[in-house]
Design a protein around this ligand. Structure first.
Ligand code: C5P
Length: 218
């Protein structure tokens, strides 16, 4: 009898984009499909973990056996993560969280101006959810993602240290959004290694093995 890799473990993930409102019918979002985060949630559950997936708006169905918490904005995502983080063994931040939200959200639908004047949006910075979890006094094993368009080797290693996390996963190339495949570079305190291009579900299973191995040594 071989116990599953993450039997008895609890895994919390974020996935998908966030949606930041401008007015009651408009907003700002990004091209994240949620596929990588959902694939990881599915793989973690297959490996025996109890999985909570905090998800921005996506077109995907919740993987079997995974508890999904639906949110729209970065602030809602942060609140849902902090409400669920106690007792988690692993936190994987896969979501493409908007860096800024609109500061002057209109409670009414913005109207076109007679003389063609466009509305002026002001922005304020969103909380960094991963950094906040990584700074908790009792924290889960934290895994971050990075989508750098160039110099991934250099930026990835630096980002892992800056975010104060044991493992950072870099998307190789910036063409991953919405695709079914991906190629990853893993950064930890020892250096970096590659997970060559494959479909996201295959990569997710490999990544769960990489996380489980490191978490147990941690
Ligand atoms: O700093 P950067 O946005 O490149 O970091 C990406 C990593 O941080 C991802 O794991 C992402 O999910 C997480 N993140 C977050 N909250 C933010 C911004 C990024 O959790 N506001």
């Amino acid at each position: 009898f071989q116990p599953k890799l993450l039997s008895g473990k609890r895994v919390l993930l974020t996935a998908g984009p966030t949606f930041e409102p401008i007015d009651p019918v408009r907003g700002i979002t990004n091209l994240s499909s949620g596929k990588m985060g959902y694939a990881l949630a599915r793989a973690a559950r297959e490996a025996g973990a109890a999985v909570v997936l905090v998800s921005g708006p996506t077109a995907l169905a919740a993987p079997y056996g995974v508890r999904r918490v639906d949110v729209q904005t970065a602030q809602q995502m942060r609140d849902a993560v902090l409400a669920n983080v106690a007792g988690q063994d692993v936190f994987v931040a896969v979501a493409a969280v908007a860096d800024w939200r609109v500061a002057n959200v209109s409670t009414q639908k913005l109207k076109k101006d007679e003389d063609g004047k466009a509305p002026l949006l002001e922005f304020e910075q969103n909380p960094d959810i991963l950094a906040e979890v990584a700074a908790l006094p009792v924290r889960p094993y934290c895994v971050g993602f990075a989508a750098e368009s160039e110099n991934l080797e250099q930026y990835g290693a630096a980002k892992r240290v800056r975010k104060n996390i044991p493992l950072l996963v870099g998307n190789i190339g910036h063409q991953t959004f919405g695709r079914d495949d991906n190629a990853l570079m893993l950064f930890d305190a020892q250096g970096h290694s590659d997970l060559p291009r494959a479909d996201k579900q295959t990569l997710a299973r490999q990544l769960v093995r990489e996380i489980a191995r490191r978490m147990l040594q941690h």
